[in-house]
Design a protein around this ligand. Structure first.
Ligand code: NAD
Ligand code: UGA
Length: 455
């Protein structure tokens, strides 16, 4: 029986391994993490991450061929294939702080694997890493003296949160990078076989290691760039009465451009877009490619501009003062269908509103616990309210920051009636029916569209 280990039971490690276990009942899959609370949650009915469909996939395999444990060392000793799926955040200290990837967690894993292995293993980079990290991993793993051989592969993950299970079940592609040597090819084949249990062969791409590593950073950079591009146009739409939804539709029908990822918003969030672009920027700088670095840095700058622009617009439209005014933030997660708030635009927006001495109340169906942690230093100045009606009661403005489905079906007449007049609604996701809201009496401001005002 092939034994797979995954180090890191996070947003990637957990769902990915659950899917691999479900689709390969004859393979034993163990997911380990140093975080006991996380592992306990993976073993309970209350999984540590909210992801539609995840419960069913975990339940289908857990206890049969899928195991969650904190025993990292035992897992390493037993495994034939080890996925490393630990976090690779932006460095906050020293050289490259604020830009380069912090590889300490990843390197610790490589050293532990080397220390404990007594049989040959395939080591798979699942985390997103700077291009040529596999070379460093190989140097560490090859420094052992007990004759154990390691084959390093790159197998980046492309799932998006909120749709992780659908993405894993039916991926656009699986990417596997390895060396074109006889050993390398054998390792690639072993990993291809794992995915071939459910992914059509033509969707499994094999490349050299460096192309695979770089493709992951490039994919995220291109996706984020599309969001920043349409957001930049949203600012121009607001100045000219063009409608960004209409522009996106018109350009998206050009088959060379395509319709996806053209939804103007309050800004992109999530743990990876900003981190991975900054990682790319740092890499380019370190190869002396300053113009290339500057090109990609602009995508992040545009995103920060879009977040700040949202708050400036609120301030300007609410008579240049929001001090003492209650403002209800509808949604705190970085996108719908996840409880994840990492790099959510809502964090900066909440903080900027507090800077203006507004009274901030936050509601979200899944992310309130994370919001409390993100805003721990100002927690006594913020209200957290699970019920959107109560959150909006007595508010001067509602700002919708996450496109939760349930926000579409709220009784906005009831919300309007409970608010201070004139009532403002800022839709940071162009998610609601603006004409209907305007008819109720709201002054409605959305992204990249003309305002619908009564005053
Ligand atoms: P995460 O922070 O949710 O999970 C990482 C886990 O690794 C944590 O639970 C942490 O405790 C554990 N860990 C760290 N060091 C460890 C060690 N030495 N031994 C055992 N466990 C250890 O991170 P994530 O969101 O799952 O992301 C992981 C990687 O995947 C990152 O490189 C990220 O860029 C990439 N990625 C993330 C997504 C996503 O949607 N979140 C999608 C694609 C790729
Ligand atoms: C993104 C990529 O889509 C995944 O392929 C990748 O694996 C992952 O990053 C990663 O490496 O972590 P994720 O961040 O989970 O996935 O979610 P996305 O759907 O990409 O959304 C990112 C942000 O962009 C969200 O805040 C979303 O609201 C925003 N967005 C997205 C827009 O504002 N407009 C759009 O048209 C699309």
């Amino acid at each position: 029986m092939v034994k797979i280990l995954c180090i890191g039971a996070g947003y990637v490690g957990g769902p990915t391994m659950a899917m691999i276990a479900k689709k390969n009942p004859k393979v034993k899959v163990t997911v380990v993490d140093i975080n006991q609370k996380r592992i306990d949650a993976w073993n309970s009915d209350n999984l540590p991450i909210y992801e539609p469909g995840l419960d069913e996939v975990v339940k289908a395999a857990r206890g049969k061929n899928l195991f969650f444990s904190t025993n990292v060392d035992k897992g390493i000793k037993e495994a034939d294939i080890i996925f490393v799926s630990v976090n690779t955040p932006t460095k906050t200290f020293g050289h490259g702080a604020g830009c380069a990837a912090d590889l300490q967690y990843w390197e610790k894993c490589a050293r532990r694997i080397l220390e404990l292995s007594t049989s040959d293993k395939i080591v798979v980079e699942k985390s997103t890493l700077p291009v040529r990290t596999a070379a460093a991993m190989e140097r560490i793993l090859d420094s052992g003296k007990n004759g154990v051989h390691f084959d390093v592969l790159s197998n980046p993950e492309f799932l998006a949160e909120g749709t992780a299970i659908a993405d894993l079940e039916n991926p656009d592609r699986i990417l596997i990078g390895g060396h074109p040597t006889a050993r390398g090819k054998k390792a690639i084949k072993a990993l291809v076989d794992v995915y071939a249990a459910w992914v059509p062969k033509e969707k499994i791409l094999t490349t050299n290691l460096w192309s695979s590593e770089l493709s992951k950073l490039t994919a995220n950079a291109f996706l984020a760039q599309r969001v920043s591009s349409i957001n930049s146009i949203s600012a121009l739409c607001e100045a000219t009465d063009a409608d960004v939804g209409e522009v996106a539709r018109a350009i998206g029908m050009d088959s060379r451009i395509g319709p996806k990822f053209l939804k103007a918003s309050v800004g992109f969030g999530g743990s990876c877009f900003k981190k991975d672009i900054l990682n790319l920027v740092y890499l380019c700088e370190s190869y002396g490619l300053h113009e290339v670095a500057e090109y990609w840095r602009q995508v992040v700058k545009m995103n920060e501009y879009q977040e700040r622009r949202f708050v400036s617009r609120m301030l300007k439209e609410m008579f240049n003062t929001i001090a003492g005014k209650r403002i209800a933030l509808f949604g705190f997660a970085f996108k719908a269908d996840t409880g994840d708030t990492r790099e959510s635009p809502a964090i900066l927006i909440a903080r900027e509103l507090l800077e203006e001495n507004a009274e901030v109340v936050i509601t979200d169906p899944q992310a309130l616990e994370h919001a409390k942690i993100d805003l721990a230093d100002v927690i006594d100045r913020i209200n957290f309210e699970p019920d959107p009606y109560k959150a909006a009661k007595g508010a001067h403005a509602v700002a919708l920051l996450t496109e939760w489905k349930e926000y579409k079906t709220l009784d906005y007449q009831k919300i309007f009636d409970g608010m201070v007049q004139p009532a403002f609604l800022f839709d940071g996701r162009n998610h609601l029916d603006h004409k209907a809201l305007h008819k109720i009496g709201f002054n409605v401001y959305s992204i990249g569209k003309a305002a619908l005002k009564h005053i």
